[in-house]
Design a protein. Sequence first.
Lengths: 315, 301
Amino acid sequence: MTLTAAAPPRTARPPALLRRRLAKLSPYTYIAPFFALFAAFGLFPLLYTAYVSLYRVELQTPGQMQWRGLGNYSALFGDDYFWTALRNTFTIGVLSTVPQLMMALGLAHLLNYKLRGRTVFRVTMLLPYATSVAAATLVFAQLFGRDFGLINYLLGLVGVQPVDWQSGTLASQIAVSTIVVWRWTGYNALIYLAGMQSIPAELYEAAELDGASRWRQFLHVTLPGLRPTILFTVVVSTIGATQLFGEPLLFEGSISGGISHQYQTLGLYMYEQGWGFFHLGRAAATAWVMFVLIVLLVLVNTALARRRTRKETAR
Amino acid sequence: MTTLAAPQRTEEAAGPSHRASRPRGGRAGGHQHGGRLAYAILIVAALVSAFPFYWTIVAATRSNAELAKTPPTLLPGGNLMHNFQQVLEQADIGKALLNSLIVSGAVTVGTVLFSTLAGFAFAKLQFKGRNALLALTIGTMMIPPQLGVIPLFMVVAKLHWVNQLQAVILPGLVSAFGVFFMRQYLVQTLPDELIEAGRVDGASTRRIFWSIVVPIARPGMAVLGMLTFMASWNDFFWPIIALSSQEPTVQVALRQLGGGYVHDQSVIMAGTLLGTLPVLLVFGLLGRHIVGGIMHGAVKG
């Protein structure tokens, strides 16, 4: 706690007297509870995952570790179901993220109008966010039922044959993605709305004076102003999609993501390795692959966004 | 009394509660009236958002046989009590609700307290390594905790905590988001002069924290508390690993219900209804503030 006496003079706002007084305080005691827990239950497990992934560890005897080198990884890359899960994670990720964010953007634009009962609209659209993955998935699993599901009934009214939402590859992935879209669209719409409200009104007034239509205002004022927010939601949704787990697990209650793994995601694959086949080491290897994947995707996202910004400022 | 103490910034302080009905900068952005089409689309979106809840109620109050009818029934029936009874027998949802209440309550209290402490230090105190530690906190906000479950499980197994509630409570207390959220909140709402005045009056830091910082931080703490409670109540991955049907939270019980052992759809929906009701209740009472909290956090994110 005496460390604080060495606090370097900073060019911060507090006046000299206050700064000297504050320096005497013991700031570290204030951050200690958080960082102690963070080190034990946040940072350590993440780093230790890489270590565990090099060992053979059984679920029943997690205390015994046997060196395997890269054996877990070669087993992983030699498993067809791993590649299926990787592919599924990607397709379900696209099927859920793209429509979700596009609809959210549109809804945010509408919510940004002067509206009667706008609080009601906002709260209702955030309702799905308040439900748990488990609850949402159980309800949707029923709505997507092949024989008695409401969705097939409605499709039947317009002459579409009943769809087997469980066993078809594309159909099951659409169904699983629908749950994600339903849960997160309203949330993202509110994030976009917050971003839109921080765009100065003068920009719109100027655009209106220039005779820009509402659509052109949306394209040339709203979208550029929202760019950081959009990047944020893309990154968050990408991370969420990479670790998708509860929806595919509970859609039919099978840990292999359907009879032929048709909608098994990497998150579910990891769970199956660890808690279905009792291979904690291989599960850790899967987790580490997911981590690298997430880092890569985030880097690609930010790089793309930066390139676009540069291109447009150059224009 | 807190409003007097924070002149000029009271609007920010009260932000999350009133923002929802009045956007910042008066009418920034919301300068045009919505047309009929806008209302039509929004109403459809609201119906789509709400329908699954309605359907849960319909299905939970019917019998399995009624659910299999064509055309499907769209009105609630009278089978609710029977279904509830089945859920209590098959998934011990009563114990699950109690456990979830304990876990989410403890996680919420702990997270809000630790986040406010750390947020205050990061916002207003000077110390060595502050920026580096803050950067570490923000940097790890994005890393899904799900990726650390294997070592976490090994630790919990070693401590013989499997199937005990502290296995989900303690890791749940780690919220980098909470620290960041409270830091942003206090940077905006807590004037340095107030702390200085407290020092001049000879108050210790602990005194200052409890009698100056906490009263001003209270609206932010409330929003963080609501978000944390919902997230903790709904947490799925780690609880199903660390706990089992012997000591379930609601989500663990729901997993069990949906795991294929129970074939009665109306019973599954009755369980879903029971498990969702508490959160919906919180949301119904405080939805406006939660909306405000999410939008408030987003601008900073």
